[in-house]
Ligand binder design. Structure first.
Ligand SMILES: O=P(O)(O)O[C@@H]1C[C@H](O)[C@@H](CO)O1
Ligand SMILES: Nc1nc2[nH]cnc2c(=O)[nH]1
Length: 311
């Protein structure tokens, strides 16, 4: 079993762009062992996996017939350290459909390697999950977005990925997916259309957009010049997560749907006193998390199942 304390110790001498010590990367058996432990501790057989972003963990509390496990009790699972991320894996039903929900995710800025931040996604795959729903808190660049709005993610720009930081670095495990996965249609179009339909029926169209999410490394928020750059590049919302999870999910054939909750406008002017902070991010997440929960619940209830790619 992968021992994350020993793993972190081994990794500390390596910058992420240097040679990663291949022998210390998690292997298929490590993911399988964690999945087998979970399958032997719950009767749920989830087809949908959900990753809750900052302040968005309340969704997990709405699952029916729950079995929940603190990350610390799950063999091989990493631990989360960020406020607003409870650190529990919750199994249960939404609209009668079996789901597994990460109440708290892992971020690169916590000091985790990317294969560690995405460890749960491959465990989901081995549990039988077919569709991954990712959520996050994000700052908006797009004109017309307001704090409290929801963005259906159409595509992403993975800045760490563009500079060589990928959870898929190292030998490829063909049991999970191909060496060179395509990413051109990574956010499932049918699910995006279905979500827009639900949004209209819920009367939320005014608050919901479709746009491009960019992942930056964090943990700092953007300088004004960085914000201007992101805006010019066509980024609608920026955050510090999601892209690596989506990459690993797509690599192993999971269908992906993503939502950003806009918690703040990214400051793009030197005038004014506006300063974003994590507490404000959590506050706004809580304010709108109910609409986000309803949207996800409806989506899970209406999505078709058993139709994704298997390797
Ligand atoms: O886990 P997510 O991406 O929702 O968390 C966002 C990005 C940072 O971790 C944090 C900043 O407030 O919120
Ligand atoms: N990078 C980044 N992440 C966020 N998460 C929530 N708000 C923000 C933001 O403004 N910038």
């Amino acid at each position: 079993m992968v021992d994350w304390v020993v793993f972190d110790d081994l990794m500390k001498d390596y910058t992420m762009l240097d040679d990663i010590p291949v022998t210390s990367l998690p292997r298929h058996d490590d993911y399988q062992r964690t999945a087998d432990w979970l399958l032997s501790h719950t009767k749920q057989r989830p087809l949908v996996g959900i990753i809750c972003g900052s302040g968005l963990g309340l969704l997990a509390d709405t699952l029916k017939a729950q079995d929940s496990f603190p990350y610390a009790e799950i063999p091989g699972f990493p631990q989360s350290t960020v406020q607003g991320h409870a650190g529990r894996l919750v199994f249960g039903e939404l609209k009668g459909r079996s789901c597994v929900c990460m109440q708290g995710r892992f971020h690169m800025y916590e000091g985790h390697s990317l294969c560690k931040t995405t460890f749960p996604v491959r465990v989901f795959k081995l549990l039988g999950v077919e569709t991954l729903i990712v959520t996050n808190a994000a700052g908006s660049l797009a004109d017309g977005y307001q704090p409290g709005d929801i963005m259906i993610i159409k595509d992403h720009i993975n800045f760490p990925g563009l500079s060589g930081l990928s959870p898929l670095n190292g030998p490829n495990d063909d049991k999970f997916g191909p060496r060179f996965p395509a990413m051109s249609n990574v956010y499932d179009k049918d699910l995006r259309c279905l979500a827009m339909d639900i949004v209209k029926q819920m009367g939320l169209s005014q608050f919901v957009h479709e746009g491009v999410y960019a992942m930056v490394g964090g943990p700092n928020f953007e300088t004004v010049s960085e914000a201007k750059l992101l805006h010019r590049l066509g980024v609608d919302a920026v955050g510090m997560s999601t892209a690596p999870e989506v990459l690993v999910a797509s690599h192993c054939g999971l269908r992906v749907f993503g939502l950003s909750l806009i918690t703040n406008k990214v400051v793009r002017s030197y005038d004014g006193q506006d300063q974003v902070n994590h507490e404000a991010v959590l506050e706004v997440s809580k304010m709108r998390s109910h609409s986000l929960q309803l949207l996800i619940t409806q989506l899970v209830g209406r999505m078709d199942m058993n139709n994704n790619t298997h390797f």
